[in-house]
Write a protein that binds this ligand. Structure first.
Ligand SMILES: CC(C)(COP(=O)(O)OP(=O)(O)OC[C@H]1O[C@@H](n2cnc3c(N)ncnc32)[C@H](O)[C@@H]1OP(=O)(O)O)[C@@H](O)C(=O)NCCC(=O)NCCS
Length: 184
């Protein structure tokens, strides 16, 4: 299991130690508004952690808790899974932040590290994300990450806009930013 670090966050593979922080977020109607279900009960959040732990052990990747270096609060969760929760489908990114942490750039910061991990360590050829059509905050995040709209598809029981970032396009963006590692 891989822990990732960013300037403000430590991305820890989700486990039982994150239950309270994760549940506080998952039981907030504002956070769950576009996530396709009702607010979570504590048992739902426990089941989410158990599912994620299974993925980490079977696949070697899954969801991380986003923990602030400064103070140790759980500010969100984000991860890599697969569309339709089936490994035969393309990789899918997911994210959510507790409401108090919106508007600070923390989701973008975490997702840039996860995207890098997906391309460089997991060798994903392309990373997808889906959203509720009215989820404007997620659309802005997808655009900031360089994801392109590819169309509406049927996933998880609904017709949803799909966005994708190809590894080749991501590499070009790294070069443009001058952020790519130096090559000999
Ligand atoms: C989707 C979600 C994670 C986006 O959170 P967010 O805080 O808007 O996203 P980011 O962390 O990338 O922050 C970007 C915002 O922070 C602002 N910001 C402040 N300081 C910043 C910084 N240092 N760096 C970057 N952005 C910064 C930006 O201006 C931007 O605000 P804007 O969207 O009003 O223009 C959040 O709305 C959420 O958790 N929603 C509920 C769950 C959900 O819908 N999940 C996704 C399902 S598809």
């Amino acid at each position: 299991m891989t822990t990732l670090m960013t300037a403000r966050l430590r991305l820890e593979p989700l486990d039982d130690a994150h239950l309270d922080g994760l549940h506080a977020m998952n039981s907030d109607p504002a956070v769950m508004r576009w996530l396709g279900g009702p607010v979570a009960t504590v048992d739902d959040t426990r089941a989410m952690i158990a599912r994620v732990r299974t993925r980490w052990s079977e696949w070697g990747y899954g969801w991380w808790a986003l923990v602030e270096h400064d103070g140790g609060a759980l500010v969100g969760a984000a991860g890599i899974q697969h569309l339709g929760k089936d490994r035969a489908n393309p990789h899918e990114l997911g994210w959510r932040l507790r409401r108090a942490s919106w508007g600070m750039g923390l989701a973008g910061e975490a997702m840039r590290a996860i995207v890098r991990h997906g391309f460089e360590e997991l060798d994903a050829p392309r990373l997808c994300a889906i959203r509720h059509p009215d989820n404007a905050a997620s659309l802005r995040l997808m655009e900031r990450l360089g994801m392109r709209y590819v169309g509406v598809q049927h996933w998880d029981g609904a017709d949803v806009p799909v966005h994708a970032l190809a590894r080749t396009a991501w590499r070009l963006r790294q070069d443009d930013d001058g952020a790519a590692p130096a090559h000999d």
